[in-house]
Design a protein around this ligand. Structure first.
Ligand code: GLA
Length: 449
């Protein structure tokens, strides 16, 4: 039974629209979107699919073809109560709450059925695809259209409802993806341009089998990174720009920090950030703010509580080193792709992985092993993708080598390393949804039925 037939069976009426929203692989540019630097993702063929129809009332009735996501109902309002953390409905609520002000006085609710083929907790943006699919459904039910960039910006802010302090990459690429192209996305304000992806290459995506769920401990780890970057900005402003403070690390491109400007390198970073790790006390002295002021301004979580201070202190210098070098790698990657220089692009992917691991603390032993195995089996480049702390690695592979590559990586990682190191964890017998190849695919599609 397809999604249309299933919808009719559940709701005893036909759907009025079908929507497909892709997941994404970020080729390069990790954890720099919220710092205001460009990133370079692609949309992938795996999607969240929706069949939906407007309701006369304000209720949203949500079903999922997968039984592990229980059906749920809520009502459109300006302040929608959250479900328990980790509940899939929170992503639909996030979209609904931020769209309500645009839906007029008597908004239509929705009957909606979701079907997902994007692996979850994999760093492939299944959650933002769900947010965008929900937003497009609500717009369709209310006969409204919205510009993709505006919608992406609104949903990037809206997704914070679930507690992540992410950037805007995922919501934007869901909407902007294009076949045979990577999309260079810049922020504040959101802008994009296309960068050709070579026809004879693919990206092999492989799950490390360690979940990267942003509702569990990875949430605290994830949110600490933007906080460390905000602290870096506070230090930079105190040391260098007391009169013309910058808002984000990316703004440094627009201020006069050197004769040549552009993105600063390691020498500049070492001059400003004299320590590897900072305590709150030290930050307070440098910035001339009390610990309480710093906590209130930079370190609050969505529930209003302060973030836990890491025992090793805030690793601000290496965080900045990652952000600036990664931003430069994105620029260089665009040039190499335009020049069809895949070898150099692969090297940039490898360097990005190292920086994500060493400077930004995003990797795991499993992801590092997977990346090593991918490179030793002929990938031109390989790296973790997405938020990190588990999830997937991606590799740049020539189309003609894909079958052998997937077979060898599967044998060495899943059947070799993983079974040995994690004998307590199951390895799925069917690896089709665990390791697969993708090419850049279309962004979100709305079809009125
Ligand atoms: C998550 C966030 C994005 C981005 C990536 C890391 O996917 O939603 O905004 O920060 O992590 O690059």
């Amino acid at each position: 039974m397809n999604i249309i037939e299933k919808f009719s069976k559940i709701f005893h009426s036909d759907p009025a629209f079908r929507i497909q929203v892709p997941g994404r692989v970020n080729l390069i540019g990790e954890h720099i979107d919220y710092n205001g630097f460009p990133v370079l993702p692609i949309s992938i063929p795996q999607t969240i699919m929706v069949a939906g129809a407007a309701r006369a009332d304000r209720e949203i009735h949500c079903y999922n073809t997968n039984d592990s996501f229980p059906a749920s109902t809520f009502e459109l309002s300006h302040s929608i109560t959250q479900s328990s953390p980790g509940n899939w409905i929170n992503y639909i609520k996030a979209a609904a709450q931020s769209l309500v002000p645009l839906l007029g006085k008597n908004p239509h609710g929705l009957n909606v059925l979701f079907h997902g083929s994007i692996p979850r907790s994999a760093g492939l943006s299944s959650s933002s695809a769900l947010v965008i699919a929900s937003a497009l459904s609500l717009l369709a039910a209310n006969d409204l259209n919205m510009d993709s960039l505006e919608l992406a910006e609104l949903m990037a802010e809206g997704e914070r409802y679930v507690g992540t302090q992410g950037g805007g990459m995922d919501q934007a690429i869901c909407l902007l993806g294009k076949k045979q192209n990577a999309v260079k996305i810049d922020f504040f304000p959101l802008k994009h341009s296309f960068v050709p992806f070579p026809g004879e290459f693919s990206i092999v995506v492989a799950h490390s089998l360690i979940r990267a769920s942003k509702t569990e401990n990875a949430l605290i780890e994830y949110n600490r990174r933007p906080a460390e970057c905000r602290l870096a900005v506070a230090i930079l402003n105190s040391v260098l720009f007391p009169d013309t403070p910058i808002k984000r690390l990316g703004d440094i491109r627009a201020v006069n920090w050197s004769a040549t400007q552009g993105i600063p390198g390691e020498r500049f970073i070492n001059k400003v950030f004299l320590q590897d790790s900072y305590t709150l006390d030290e930050i307070s002295k440098i910035t001339n703010k009390t610990i309480d002021q710093i906590t209130q301004k930079y370190l609050l979580m969505r529930n209003g509580n302060p973030m836990p201070v890491p025992p090793e202190g805030f690793l601000i210098r290496t965080r900045v080193l990652h952000v600036f070098t990664e931003a430069q790698r994105v620029e260089d990657s665009c040039t190499t792709l335009f020049n069809n220089d895949l070898k150099t692009f692969g090297t940039l992917m490898n360097e990005s992985h190292k920086s994500c691991d060493i400077n930004y603390g995003l990797s795991t032993p499993e992801l590092n092993t997977l990346v090593e195995i991918m490179i030793s089996n002929g990938a031109l480049g390989a790296r973790l993708t997405g938020a990190g702390f588990g999830g997937c690695a991606v590799a740049l592979v020539k189309d003609s080598d894909i079958d052998a590559f997937i077979k060898d990586v599967s044998n060495q990682y899943y059947n070799g390393y993983f079974k040995k190191v994690h004998s307590e964890l199951p390895v799925p017998s069917n690896l089709e949804n665990i390791i697969f190849s993708v090419k850049p695919s279309l962004g979100a599609q709305v079809t009125l039925l």
